[in-house]
Design a protein around this ligand. Structure first.
Ligand SMILES: *[C@@H]1O[C@H](CO)[C@@H](O)[C@H](O)[C@H]1NC(C)=O
Length: 227
């Protein structure tokens, strides 16, 4: 970490010393930025397996969070007869609302805030996920004020805000396109590496935090040409 920072500030100092920018300077900038490993968790907000999965990834992110670009992809069934969401969530309307809260917060906040928001929702217990009061208190825990936030406009008062519903529909579509059917499905750099659904399975590289940390380090090295 220290080395990367030192290198970065060295680059910036060098750039500042030789204006204007040349092509060579540009390539230095590209070289200084590392490529993060895309991670997708296919989840449903009120699903115990998803909550377990997220707890495991909480430990992973503590160690290799700076190497990862993580996102949630929600699983639900498209349903034109559902007037509120246009999809049916397995654990009810409150789960759809919970999904919307998580998507809206992730859209308008950096990972340093939306992940703590997600963790807080899970800590409240399954049956609190998707309730407006949970969103308000978890925003506080995550370090922002719900009432005056873009995310609350997105989610609406009851998790049925227009923008939030659209985000949920797009997320459900994304899961379908990625072939994600089980909550929780873990994808690292576009490859399905593990499923937790009642039990762990199809986890060739293992399913403990240490296993995922190792896989992230390996993939990060590969993506950045480090052997
Ligand atoms: C579709 O939504 C309607 C209205 O919410 C519901 O009654 C019905 O059970 C849903 N269908 C499926 C397949 O989930």
């Amino acid at each position: 970490m220290l080395t990367a920072l030192t290198f970065f500030s060295m680059c910036m100092a060098a750039l500042a010393a030789v204006p204007p920018l040349t092509v060579q300077d540009n390539s230095q900038i590209i070289f200084a930025e590392d490529i993060k490993v895309p991670v997708v968790l296919g989840v449903m907000s009120r699903c115990p397996d998803a909550m377990l999965c997220e707890a495991v990834w909480d430990r992973v992110l503590q160690r290799v969070g700076d190497k990862v670009d993580i996102s949630l992809s929600f699983i639900a069934e498209p349903n034109a007869s559902d007037t509120a969401y246009g999809v049916t969530c397995k654990h009810g309307l409150e789960e759809c609302a919970g999904n919307v809260y998580e998507l809206c917060v992730a859209k308008y906040h950096p990972i340093s805030e939306w992940w703590p928001f997600l963790r807080c929702q899970n800590f409240q217990g399954r049956d609190q996920i998707g309730l407006p009061e949970t969103a308000v208190s978890c925003a506080g825990t995550a370090g922002f004020e719900w009432e005056i936030d873009q995310a609350s406009l997105c989610a609406g008062e009851d998790g049925q805000g227009e923008e939030g519903v659209k985000l949920l529909q797009e997320s459900v579509q994304n899961s379908i396109e990625l072939g994600i059917e089980k909550s929780c499905t873990i994808m690292i750099n576009g490859k399905q590496v593990c499923i937790r659904d009642g039990t762990w399975y199809e986890c060739e590289g293992g399913h403990t935090p240490a296993d995922f940390i190792r896989q992230i380090n390996e993939e990060h090295n590969r993506l950045n040409g480090i052997d």
